[in-house]
Design a protein around this ligand. Structure first.
Ligand SMILES: [Fe+2]
Ligand SMILES: [Fe+2]
Length: 369
């Protein structure tokens, strides 16, 4: 398998393995105590990281004993959970730890096992060991997880003409609002691209994938806009112009700049954000975006192959130069555009130094061909 055909999901995994700052990325063992409030558990359910497991637990209860099922529901959702927190399960754990140092079995008022909670909290990791721990004051439960971490990370078009910048009460809200706009721009970009590809007789499968990507971008735009609105951000209204008839080389040039370079970088960055964002709602949205954008970046590579196959050697050489320039432009942009620290943490965006490492990884394993 040559490097160009290495699936991006594997290439990204390889790149991120060298980045221990990404929440334990790489393949290495670590042990961490996780103290969870009811709100934290609810967040995990909202993100879908606990939902399936909880559903299994409820189903089992229903199958065996309806009364137990009802009790579990009440316990998890309302007062019973708080009662357990204050006087039974958690205290029992604490006492046992204090008196004899022997780790007690986890007594979990949610009915979830220690393994399940660790797996949900440390998404994308293998849980090697797990035991009960002492919760922080006011929390519902705590677990000590030993995990072996691993992990794998917009496209524009000439029709997009939006001149305005996002507005919002702080840098995070503005950044999210701009991101939402850029997702809408990607919808327009893919739709316009599909029309152009049809005109140029592109394979039906490529066009189908472009239209599927447009549908993905609608979902991204809505999800990110919801995050922006929740923080008071105002998404700029997308403005577009009528498409012009373009040559295959013009389309290929844009695909190189916007997709082979920028969208691929965005896909890798999204995987980082899915792990690093301190806001759980943002992590959840970025996980979905990361998977979709990885697929879009693969589409960009397939599109690049088809377009290059229709162009002569001189045009292909020009595309190579465009790619080198685009990579360099991105490198300079990332080196100079640092977000405020707080915004970077909330969104999980890599710092300029971290971005430089990631970019080198892309240059070595994805953009090299
Ligand atoms: Fe997107
Ligand atoms: Fe995309």
């Amino acid at each position: 398998m040559d490097r160009r055909s290495l699936p991006l999901v594997l290439a990204f995994g390889s790149i991120l393995q060298g980045c221990p700052w990404i929440g334990g990325c790489g393949s290495f063992e670590r042990t961490e105590v996780v103290s969870l409030s009811q709100e934290d558990l609810d967040d995990l359910v909202v993100q879908g990281r606990l939902q399936a497991r909880r559903a299994v637990a409820v189903d089992t209860d229903t199958d065996t004993d309806a009364d137990t099922d009802t009790a579990a529901d009440t316990d998890t959702d309302t007062d019973a959970a708080a009662d357990t927190d204050t006087d039974s399960a958690v205290d029992t754990d604490t006492d046992a730890l204090d008196t004899d140092g022997v780790q007690p079995p986890l007594v979990d008022p949610t009915g979830l096992s220690c393994q399940e909670i660790c797996a949900a909290w440390f998404d994308w990791t293998e849980v090697l060991d797990c035991r009960g721990a002492t919760p922080d004051a006011g929390d519902l439960l705590a677990v000590e997880c030993t995990v072996d971490d691993y992990c794998i990370g917009g496209r524009l078009h000439e029709v997009v003409t939006t001149p305005t910048r996002a507005i919002g009460p702080d840098a995070t809200a503005r950044r999210l609002a701009q991101m939402a706009h850029d997702e809408w721009a990607s919808v327009a970009a893919f739709e316009a691209l599909a029309t152009e590809l049809r005109t140029h007789g592109a394979p039906a499968d490529l066009i189908r994938r472009v239209l599927a990507a447009a549908a993905d971008e609608v979902r991204h735009a809505r999800d990110v806009a919801a995050l922006a609105h929740a923080r008071g951000g105002v998404v700029p209204r997308l403005q577009t112009q009528a498409p012009t008839a373009r040559t295959l080389e013009a389309i290929a040039k844009e695909n190189v700049e916007e997709a082979i370079v920028v969208e691929t970088w965005s896909a890798l960055r999204a995987h980082v954000q899915a792990r690093m964002a301190t806001d759980p709602a943002i992590r959840a949205v970025m996980q979905g975006i990361a998977d979709d954008e990885t697929r879009h970046a693969e589409l960009a590579r397939d599109l690049d192959r088809w377009l290059r196959s229709r162009l002569d050697a001189a045009a292909n050489a020009r595309l190579d130069a465009v790619k080198a320039d685009a990579i360099e432009a991105l490198r300079q942009q990332l080196a100079t555009q640092a977000l405020p620290d707080e915004t970077g943490f909330v969104l999980g965006e890599p710092s300029p130094e971290q971005a430089a490492v990631l970019l080198e990884g892309l240059a070595a394993s994805v953009w090299r061909a």
